[in-house]
Write a protein that binds this ligand. Sequence first.
Ligand code: TXA
Ligand code: MG
Length: 338
Amino acid sequence: FICEPMSRDFPPIDPGPRGRIIGYEMADLAAAVACLQAGDLVGLPTETVYGLAADATNGEAVAGVYEAKGRPSFNPLICHVANLAEAQRYGLFNADALRLAEAFWPGPMTLIVPFRPDSGVSDLARAGLDSIALRVPSHPVARALIAAMGRPLAAPSANLSGRISPTSAADVARDLGEKVACIIDGGTCDIGLESTIVSCLGNQPAMLRPGGVARESLEAALGATLPTATTDLVLRSPGLLQSHYAPVAPVRINVTDFRPSDAILAFGNIEKPRFVDDRLFLNLSPDSNLRQAASRLFTALRVLDARQPAAIAVAPIPTTGLGEAINDRLVRASAPRN
Ligand code: TXA
Ligand code: MG
């Protein structure tokens, strides 16, 4: 099952009908890699549940994940990697994180660690956070696909938002159908419930979600008790997270009347007003493409904010499709601060 990363110029492979269920022979995995390299989505068997996988380094592919799931907001996604060494290319591991990774990877445990900037994982996969969720799955087919891809795969559970997590290829087909390029049939998931999520951001690790590895096992490996924290708390507490989830500059949304002191986040066919500096004008998608806009959203907010404008004024963005999640994020960024 161990394969080498496939070269970029792998010969074109007949994509076949969308949403088809395929096996896990080398030719099947090559086809799945070709789909992922093209920015498409693949149903991925893991030992916990099936994942909806995209190239984590391709923002537009990741936007496709949110679009396919119909998620009304951008939850950060788990990035699946081949091993601990690979995980360390994307995240920073403290002593506790290393201990847990060595004890439970490959397997049903996800670690939240500080993100290594410029390591290539798209901002959208991390929902703009300075942390990253990493997991090394143990399922041989997942491992073979990740190795063949040679890149991290962002993959939430492969169900529609609000539905039950899928534990077979047929479950994925039922929920997502032609929204995925193909679904690799790796059999029924052994564990059948999601990975345990442990945050290693603060001084002390905390469990964010119970799952495939029991708390007792984690505590035995750590030699300490493991408190529970909510994802919400981790996303919000500045002590745990290195940077703010919201920009420093005040954000105004649905703006059509820009002010000279504004940095402008445009969408669609909007000209830069002459009074605005070039560096303070970014267009999420001049062609009004919501997938492109989603893939650029977090990076654009970060870039504009770093230029320390008086305010960030955001043009109206449609609320259909991915626009719902984009607007959800913007509404939160524009909420009154306390
Ligand atoms: O078993 C699993 O974990 C499956 C398989 C496919 O690997 N994946 C899965 O992904 O359950 P998903 O997206 O359904 O759940 C990921 C959870 C979300 O609740 C998300 O908020 C949290 O992980 N998460 C991801 N990155 C995070 C971060 N940087 N900080 C806090 N929570 C994070
Ligand atoms: Mg899920």
